[in-house]
Design a binder for this molecule. Structure first.
Ligand code: SF4
Ligand code: SF4
Length: 240
């Protein structure tokens, strides 16, 4: 039966049966929901549950508080003068007094975590911090540090990633230091003959170590000797 609009009219009985069929089908399908709080959901490790603070990394620069669109980060710090070390001068540094995040205002955008230049803010997937009083949603630095302890470790570095500048500079400095340490010692001008002799012997040993065996063996001998004899020098010793 069709109405004026052209739609097929369904009787009450037919609709009821169709509804029951849908209900029965749904009941037989596996459920995709977790019965929280009886069953704790298994969330991805990088879920944005709560923000943690690694106090040792925080320099109280205030960048996170300035960038937060909701103004929910409050930082208090003071300056401390460090005594001068030998050959230097006294330095000043910031000392963190208080650090709070008001999670009743936070919209979990993650800007503060992104802008922190020292990785002092980190996401934890913990989410069970509901409170009866909204005031208790302001977490101080002690509580934020506890959240940081629950954060998963960072993922391993991508081997195909470009080497960071500071890592490259440190590696080059290490290589230079190793090269300098391995360089043969030269006797200073005016050194005793024994010291000059020892330095010359050291230099000769270093040159011998650096020159490949193939180059140390004369070309005509390389052409005639089997490869296994070139490196041993057995033939050369017999010749001499
Ligand atoms: S958490 Fe990071 S951005 Fe915020 S004050 Fe500390 S160092 Fe600066
Ligand atoms: S996640 Fe966004 S809203 Fe929340 S504290 Fe950080 S910057 Fe502010």
């Amino acid at each position: 039966m069709t109405g004026r609009t052209g739609r097929r009219r369904i009787g009450i009985g037919t609709g009821l049966v169709q509804g029951l069929i849908v209900t029965a089908k749904t009941m037989l399908r596996p459920s995709h929901t977790d019965e929280y709080p009886d069953v704790r959901p298994s969330l991805p490790s990088r879920s944005r549950g709560v923000i943690g603070l690694v106090q040792e990394n925080c320099t109280s620069c205030g960048l996170c508080a300035r960038e937060c669109p909701d103004w929910c980060i409050q930082i208090e710090a003071h300056k401390e003068t460090l005594p001068a070390v030998a050959g230097g001068r006294a330095r000043q540094r910031n000392v963190l007094d208080s650090f709070t995040i008001d999670f009743s205002l936070c919209m979990y955008c993650g800007i503060c975590v992104e802008v922190c230049p020292f990785d002092a803010l980190i996401w934890s997937s913990e989410f069970e911090y509901a409170e009866y009083d909204i005031v208790d949603l302001t977490h101080d630095r002690g509580r934020l540090s506890q959240w940081a302890a629950t954060a998963p470790p960072p993922p391993p570095a991508d081997p195909a990633a470009v080497e960071p500048k500071e890592v490259g500079a440190a590696r080059k400095a290490l290589e230079r230091a190793a090269k300098k340490a391995a360089a043969p010692r030269t006797a200073p001008a005016g050194a005793s003959p024994a010291a000059k002799k020892a330095a010359a012997a050291e230099k000769a040993a270093a040159v011998k170590k650096a020159v490949p065996v193939e180059k140390a063996v004369p070309v005509e001998r390389q052409a005639t000797e089997p490869p296994e004899e070139r490196g041993t020098g057995a033939r050369g010793e017999a010749d001499s």
